[in-house]
Design a protein around this ligand. Structure first.
Ligand code: ADP
Ligand code: MG
Ligand code: ZN
Length: 634
């Protein structure tokens, strides 16, 4: 966007280099070129002898220094000479008296700023290089130095976003809430006449990929007003004051286009708790945040600007941002449910060709936990696959593969795996699958595969819940742990040895067990307490840190309890698999042969061997991310 600024460092280096070169042209070396340098005494001798035809004196005076001069001339014989003298006026007088043509030139070289630049050259060069690299290092590195305080918000004036609400699916509540804002932007007077206060700041909160950015653009499209779109990270700069200046500029600009809509994406980049982080104190981010607060407060009541911001980390936002009069309206854009996913799929399937068997309902059911961006991705992957296979329509098969790609990464058939390893993987996955089938209430197994996928998993067992679930029982959690451990158990039973392949299983199992004890009050010995204060990235489900608020003794008790849970589940899995070794052999062999077993096939294999059909599912269920267990992590 701003190449000039980006290359500023480079230009600086160039300028300095040119100046240095020019300066070097002006130095005595140049004068010496065609001249023979003679000593001063030689020169006076020649002068006395009247041997000199022309004399040229260049004063070399530098202010504050004693004067000296470059004396050059031509001897009677035509040879040119050059020497340096001190008492210039004497020489000139003497020579003139002898009738020699004398020219005296004013000081010319060593202009002070040139010499200054020359002496500073190495420093300037370093600064130049530094600026250059800093510019390149900056994320989105453009427009640093000269565009400093100007906002980088994109203004969509003439080409206002064309997308409308129908491009956003599966978040009806959010759309409804935004409707009010849109009505206001369309006709602010209507609201003002009634003295109604419309929220000035709206915060869209939700996990990544749920369509927050899309929703904001669609809102601008619906309202058909100028739309300033920027991102929190654009206010975060190296130099103190720049971010604040940009905020000021953004709001000044916006005022000119009222009624309008300002959108700040990823607000958490600047809106973090003040005083948090290592820098502490009054740093750049704080200034920027303060400026935003000032601008929000400055939105006077007759202003027609509305600010929408989006974040997936509302928990880390500075509370001041969320106060009444600021971002006081929160709109949650949550992960879509089955219906939502179906709608989103339909939006993205609109302008593509599909075979008749393609059913958005079925696809939506297979993608619990996925968000809008994933759905878009699935359709796109499927389209790519269909194109690669030279089909003119996208089939259900393509879409299924698309789902798996999005969930577990692309197949990596080229990865070379030895026969023995393959066998271990097959038994490991069969173990997961059988235990998942046997245990009541476990999510149905959708697919077992020993084709490597993604960057890490060598095999996986994909379990998909039948519906979106919001609650989970203790026994279900125990089952889940048992299923996670069963891959390892299977290896142990069959090979009498274990591999590193279960690392991810163990990690997840331990995490569940720990949560049961410390958060869910599911441990008899520790009881109904919440232990430790987990700070989570709430929408990413990732732990950031844990404040321990319990003693060493309790920590010990927790560890013991976690181990007890794991052990119990392990025994359970072991019991199930030990009893069914022949089934394990059978499924593993089929898997080795075909590499993939789907739900129906697995059902058939299980029925032949095991008369026990999996019992009915209990009513209350909880959602799980359909993460296939990533086995055999490298
Ligand atoms: P966020 O800002 O919440 O991280 P985005 O708005 O950037 O998510 O979504 C990325 C893309 O995913 C969008 O451009 C859109 O194509 C698709 N998408 C996400 N959510 C939806 C939705 N609810 N309806 C339709 N498409 C969606
Ligand atoms: Mg976004
Ligand atoms: Zn496993």
């Amino acid at each position: 966007m701003n190449k000039v600024a980006k290359n500023l460092g480079l230009y600086l280096v160039l300028v300095v280099a040119v100046v240095t070169m020019v300066n070097s042209f002006l130095t005595p070396e140049e004068l010496q070129k065609d001249y023979e340098e003679i000593s001063y005494s030689q020169f006076t001798k020649e002068l006395e002898a009247g041997n000199i035809k022309i004399l040229q004196i260049r004063n070399n005076t530098v202010p504050g220094e004693s004067s000296s001069a470059v004396i050059q001339g031509e001897l009677a014989g035509g040879e040119r000479f050059l020497t340096y003298g001190l008492n210039v006026s004497d020489i000139a007088e003497k020579a003139a008296a002898k009738g020699i043509t004398v020219t005296v030139e004013a000081p010319q070289r060593n202009v002070w700023w040139v010499s200054l630049l020359t002496s500073l050259f190495p420093t300037l060069l370093l600064i130049g290089v530094w600026v250059y690299f800093m510019n390149n290092m900056q994320p989105g590195g453009s427009g640093r130095l000269n565009a400093f305080g100007r906002t980088k918000a994109k203004l969509y004036m003439d080409n206002k976003p064309k997308i409308k609400f129908d491009a956003v699916a599966g978040c009806e509540e959010a759309k409804e809430e935004l409707q009010e804002v849109i009505e206001f932007l369309k006709d602010p007077e209507k609201f003002k006449k009634l003295g109604a206060k419309v929220p000035k700041g709206v915060l869209l909160v939700g996990p990544p990929g749920t369509g927050k950015t899309l929703l904001a653009r669609a809102a601008a499209g619906e309202a058909n007003v100028p739309f300033f779109s920027t991102s929190g990270s654009e206010f975060v700069e190296m130099l103190v004051g720049v971010g604040a200046a940009r905020v000021r500029d953004l709001f000044t600009q916006a005022k000119k286009y009222q009624p309008c809509l300002i959108f700040i994406d990823e607000l958490d980049a600047v809106g973090r708790h003040r005083g948090a982080g290592l820098g502490g104190g009054h740093d750049e981010r704080e200034q920027t945040l303060n400026q935003i607060l000032v601008e929000l407060d400055g939105f006077d009541d007759n202003g027609n600007t509305i600010l929408i911001a989006a974040t997936n980390r509302p928990d880390i936002l500075d509370p001041a941002l969320l106060r009444p009069g600021r971002f006081d309206r929160h709109i949650v854009v949550d992960k879509p449910d089955v219906r939502g996913r179906e709608e989103i799929l339909k939006v993205h399937m609109k302008d593509k060709k599909f075979a008749d068997d393609v059913d958005a309902v079925v696809l939506a059911r297979r993608t619990p936990g996925l968000v809008g961006a994933d759905m878009e991705n699935i359709v796109n992957e499927a389209a790519l696959l269909a194109a690669r296979k030279d089909r003119d329509k996208i089939t259900m098969e393509d879409l299924e593969e698309g789902i798996e790609r999005v969930m577990a990464g692309p197949e990596r058939k080229s990865r070379l795996i030895s026969e023995q390893e393959k066998k271990i993987i097959a038994y490991h996955e069969s173990g997961h699958a059988i235990v998942a089938k046997i245990l009541p209430g476990a999510d149905p197994v959708h697919k077992i595969s020993i084709i490597p996928r993604g960057h890490a998993a060598l095999g996986y067992t994909l379990q998909l819940p039948e519906k979106d679930k919001f609650l989970i029982s203790k026994s279900e959690l125990m089952n889940r742990i048992a299923i996670l451990l069963s891959g390892r158990v299977s290896e142990e039973i069959i090979f009498n040895d274990v591999t590193s392949g279960a690392a991810n299983d163990l990690e997840r199992a331990t995490k569940i067990a720990r949560q049961m004890v410390t958060e869910l009050g599911m441990s008899d010995s520790l009881g109904l307490v919440k232990l430790g204060n987990r700070r989570q990235e709430i929408f990413l489900g990732r732990d950031i840190s844990e404040d321990r608020n319990y003693s060493e003794e309790v920590a010990y008790a927790i560890d013991k309890e976690v181990k007890a849970i794991i052990d119990e589940c392990y025994e359970r899995a072991k019991e199930i698999l030990t009893e069914r070794q022949s089934l394990l052999d059978k499924i593993a062999n089929v898997l080795l042969e075909r590499e993939v077993i789907d739900a129906e096939e697995l059902d058939k294999l299980m029925k032949e061997e095991d008369k026990e059909t999996p019992p009915e599912l209990p009513e209350l269920r909880v959602d799980t991310l359909p993460n296939p267990s990533r086995d055999f992590l490298a």
